[in-house]
Design a protein around this ligand. Sequence first.
Ligand SMILES: Cc1cc2nc3c(=O)[nH]c(=O)nc-3n(C[C@H](O)[C@H](O)[C@H](O)COP(=O)(O)OP(=O)(O)OC[C@H]3O[C@@H](n4cnc5c(N)ncnc54)[C@H](O)[C@@H]3O)c2cc1C
Length: 438
Amino acid sequence: MNNRILKWYLQRSWFFIALTAVLAVVCFGWWQGSSADLALTGGQLVAVGRLFGLLSAVAILLEIVLMARIPYIEKFFDLHENLDLHRLNGYAVLLLTVAHVVAITVGYAAPRQINLITEYININTDMAYVLWASIGTGVFFGAVATSVAVVRRRLPHELWYAIHLTMYGAIGLTFLHQVNVGGDFVSQQWFEWLWYGLFGLVFTALAYWRVLRPIVKSWGHELHISQIVAEAEGVYSVYVSGHNVKAFQFEPGQYATWWVLSPGLWWQGHPFSFSGYPGQNRLRFTVKATGTYTEKLASAAIGSRIIVDGPRGAFTADRISTRDALLVGGGIGIAPLLVQARALLAEGRHVTMLYATHDPEQVAFGQELAQLQSHGLRLEHFISTQGNRLTPAALKQFLTSSSTVYICGPDRLTRPVKRYLKGLGVPPLRIITEEFNY
Ligand SMILES: Cc1cc2nc3c(=O)[nH]c(=O)nc-3n(C[C@H](O)[C@H](O)[C@H](O)COP(=O)(O)OP(=O)(O)OC[C@H]3O[C@@H](n4cnc5c(N)ncnc54)[C@H](O)[C@@H]3O)c2cc1C
C-alpha cells in the first residue's frame, strides 16, 4: 500500500474512531446512571434495557449521519458501502429497540409478578411520552419493512422515499420519552445536555448539508439548463450554465443528485454522474432514458432552474496508487469514466478503457473518446450484438500486474466483472466500483 492509499484509509478511520468515542461516552453515562440498579431484583434487566435503548438511539443517529451528505462521509465511503452500512445499522436499530422494550417490560414486571402484556400497557399509559415512543417504533418498523429488498423492488422509488421520510417524525416521537423518563437522563444533568447536543448536532448537519447548502449553492450559481444534446440512441447530455460555474468544485468520477425545477420534474431528485470536466463554464451530466423520469427530462425546458445536491461519491482518482488504470464501463457507466480517463492521463498514468454496450448505436461520446485516444488512451469496445463480451479471458488481456480497475455501470455488469477480477487475482483494494442502481 503506498502513501496515498494509506492516507486515504487513515483519514477514513477517523469515522470509526469518532463512533467508538461516542459509544464510550454513552456507555460511561449509562454506567454512572444505572450501575446501582444492577444489584436490585428486576433492576438488572431495567438497567440493561436502558443500555439497549441508548445504543439504539446512537444507531439511529448513525443512520442520519450516513445519509446527511456530510462531505467527509461522502468522500471516504462509496455509495454502496454507505448504503450497506445504513441497511445493516437499520437492522441493529430494530434489534436493539426490541431488546430495549422486552428487557424494560420484563424488568418492571418481575418484582411485582404482573403479566407482561399488562405491564407493557401500564408502561405505555402511566409513563410520560412512552406511548408516543411506541407509535414512533411502529412507524420505524414499517419503514424498515419497506426497505427489505423484496418489498422495495415492488414499490415505486417515490413511494418508498415518502415512507422513509416518516422516520424523522418517528425519531422525534421516541426522543421525548428518552429525555423525560430515561433513568440515566433524569438522574444526570450532564448526560441530558450531551443527548440534546448529539441530536442537535446531527440534525443541524442534516439540515445544512442535505437541504440548506444545495439550495444556497445552486441559487448562488444561478444554475439552469442551457442545452440538451443527443449523444447516442436514448442517451443525451444536459448542460448546466450559471454564474461563475467554473468555481463549482467536484472531482472526476463524482456524481450529484440533480433537481430540475420544471413542471412534472421538480418534486424528485435523481443521481447522475458529472460527465463534464471540473473548472469549465458549464456543468454536464449525461443520461440514459430508462424510465419515466429520465424520458421526461430529455425534453425539459431550456432555462429550467437546477438544484445540485453534491458533489458526492468516492469513485475518485485519488484512490489509485498504481501506474496502470483499467476503466471498465457498461452503457451509461461510461459517463464518469470519461472524466476519470482525462484526469488519469493528465497524471501520466497508462489508461485502458473497456467500453461495453449492447449495440453500436448506444456508443456515446465518440469524438471525445477519439480525442482522449490521441492523448494516449487505449480504447476497446465490447458490443454484445457483435458477440464481443467482457469475459474473464478478455479482461485478462488488458490487466497488468500494476492495474487499478475502476468499474462503472449497472450491477449486472459491475458484479460479474468484480468477480472475474477477483478470480484473476486483482487485490480488492485495486477494484473501485460505482453501481448505477440502489
Ligand atoms: C451514483 C449513481 C450515479 C448515476 N449516474 C448516472 C448517470 O450518469 N447517467 C444515467 O443515465 N444514470 C445514472 N444513474 C442511474 C439513474 O439515477 C437512474 O437510472 C434514474 O434515476 C432512473 O430514473 P427513472 O425514473 O427514469 O427510471 P425508473 O425506471 O423509474 O427507475 C429505474 C431504477 O432507478 C432507480 N431510481 C429511480 N428513481 C431514483 C431516484 N430518485 N434516486 C435514486 N435512484 C432512483 C431505482 O432503483 C429504480 O428501480 C446513476 C445512479 C447512481 C446511484
